[in-house]
Design a protein around this ligand. Structure first.
Ligand code: A3P
Length: 517
């Protein structure tokens, strides 16, 4: 709430009421346009009309007919709006849901600030005072201490929209808001103010900076949202499970084994991020769900097909669990754990092989022991190397958003030595209807030193050179240091396993014994 020091307890409220700005020809719903340029053409028609008739076109604000296209986001609308009208502000009642109104939020997408809009009770069909639904007393009640009054009272910024028809006929738009302002002045010490849309939007996000970041939901989980979601888009192009990492635990091997299964399909590769989509953990999230869904094929059978994606950076991401749960509440989560000390060492070797200058400059021991006084470059490497190994903390974060029944923890050492058994466990966890016999499909390749896919004719297809690298064993000092470093994390992990009723992996038992000695 915005409080200003203009006298004791004087509260300043912003109440803005905009009439519907006709950015679209004929009240058309933008989500019905799949083609952005066709949408833009319609807007241009409208703009030409507006210019010809002296209607202002530089407000920077628009709302969409029938709530369409703003949320769930129809990217085509955002792009056309920007190109044709230079729109930077819009509003919606739909984010995250219509009700309860007090939970409506704002967000910023693709440079357009989306503000939460309130409901004022005036619609295209409420044009005569006497014919107001439930009788005119209902409207007066809402103004005089009822819902409309409470909306202004409880929201520091209230945005309303009425239709042009409410400026003609009985002019209920003017009637309502003049009376509302009078009532507020009479009975409260609130000071009402209005601001032009763009300034108001800046004010809004100054007050609520945490709302800038959107949280995308599944448009098909809400009937209102589904109705304004393009028919050419489908919610079936979403994964049923996620392999969340962490890096260097065998995620690529698991990925390879998974895609061998006839009912399991992965995302299309993202060339920018080493094939992984990396949607929930980084800036790609701001591209929106259309961008994400485009990485998935349309399943031929929604019930039996299992789409998935593997992004090995999800596990330790602060943002990923919350974001994933908002969009994919039913998704299953798979994580692979190996001894975090081995993981850190494998990661360091990986960085060196990829010619990371810092990893080449500093020894492993220097990286893991880097203290607060180390250079920012070394500190950054230190954190990237060790933080993903704080397994318990990361898993707990996922468990605040997902029930334990949706989480499957794979012992990465077992995946390496006995993949068929691990894959049987995965199939059971996922509930795939078609059983795939991995003991016949995988073969140990002595040359590679790892399990590989068995091809027709007895040959094997193994992972490339970058997986299962040859490098010297970790030195004793580093191992001792890391066992101590991870001690508390490993203890927490063992408690977590206990709580989840899972047996401790052998590496964890060994680590606990080592530090208990
Ligand atoms: P190293 O290369 O350090 O041995 P990720 O795919 O998550 O980056 O993990 C890579 C690690 O997977 C490799 O680390 C390797 O030990 C492990 N791994 C497990 N099973 C494997 C397999 N069948 N083929 C190759 N690497 C495998």
């Amino acid at each position: 709430m915005l409080a200003e020091d203009e006298g004791d307890d004087l509260l300043l409220k912003y109440v803005n009421e905009f009439w519907w700005f006709p950015h679209m020809w004929n009240h058309m719903q933008p989500h019905l346009f799949h083609n952005e340029s066709v949408l833009a053409e319609q807007m241009i028609l409208n703009k030409e009309f507006a210019l010809k008739h002296g209607i202002p076109t530089d407000m920077g604000y628009a709302v969409a007919p029938h709530h369409s296209g703003v949320y769930p986001v129809h990217v085509q609308l955002y792009e056309a709006w920007k190109k044709v009208w230079g729109i930077t502000v819009t509003s919606t009642e739909e984010y995250p849901h219509l009700k309860p109104a007090r939970y409506r939020h704002g967000f910023i997408h693709s440079g357009i600030m989306v503000l939460p809009r309130q409901t004022c009770g005036l619609f295209t069909h409420t044009i005569f005072y006497k014919e107001y639904p439930g009788g005119p007393r209902e409207l007066d009640k809402s103004i005089r201490g009822g819902e409309l009054f409470l909306t202004v009272l409880l929201n520091p910024i209230s945005i309303f929209m009425t239709h042009l028809s409410n400026y003609g006929n009985d002019r209920l738009g003017l009637y309502t808001f003049v009376n509302l302002a009078n009532f507020v002045h009479c009975w409260t010490n609130l000071k009402l103010q209005t601001l032009p849309p763009v300034q108001l939007a800046h004010k809004y996000f100054e007050l609520f900076p945490e709302q800038k970041e959107p949280l995308w939901q599944n448009p098909c989980d809400d009937k209102r949202h589904k109705d304004i979601w393009s028919k050419e888009k489908t919610c079936d192009r979403l994964p049923k499970f996620l392999v969340v990492g962490p890096q260097k635990t065998g995620t690529t091997a698991l990925y390879l084994f998974l895609i061998m299964h006839p009912a399991i399909t992965s995302n299309f590769p993202n060339p920018k991020t080493f094939e992984e989509v990396q949607f929930f953990n980084g800036n790609a999230y701001h591209k929106g769900i259309d961008w994400y869904m485009n990485f998935f094929p349309i399943p031929s059978n929604v019930t039996t097909d299992f789409l998935f994606e593997k992004s090995a950076n999800y596990l330790h991401s602060e943002d990923a669990p919350n974001r994933a749960a908002a969009l994919l509440p039913k998704v299953k989560i798979i994580t692979i754990l190996i001894n975090p000390s081995d993981r850190a060492y494998s990661w360091y070797q990986h960085q060196r092989a990829h010619e990371d200058p810092a990893a080449q400059r500093y020894s492993f021991y220097e990286v893991i022991t880097a203290g607060r006084r180390a250079t920012p470059e070394l500190r950054a490497l230190h954190n990237r190397c060790l933080v993903p190994g704080w397994y318990a903390a990361h898993i707990e974060r996922w468990l605040t958003y997902y029930p334990a029944s949706q989480l499957h923890i794979i012992d990465g050492h077992k995946l390496r030595t006995d993949p068929a058994v691990v894959m049987d466990g995965v199939q059971k966890f996922l509930g795939v209807s078609q059983y795939y016999n991995y003991s016949q499909a995988l073969m140990f390749d002595p040359q590679k030193g790892f399990w590989c896919q068995l091809l027709d004719g007895g040959k094997t297809k193994c992972l490339g050179k970058s997986k299962g690298r040859k490098y010297p064993a970790m030195d004793v000092e580093s191992r001792t240091f890391l066992s101590r470093y991870y001690k508390d994390h490993n203890i927490e992990l063992s408690k977590l396993f206990y709580r989840l009723g899972l047996p401790l992996p052998a590496w964890l038992r060994e680590e606990l014994q080592k530090v208990m000695r």
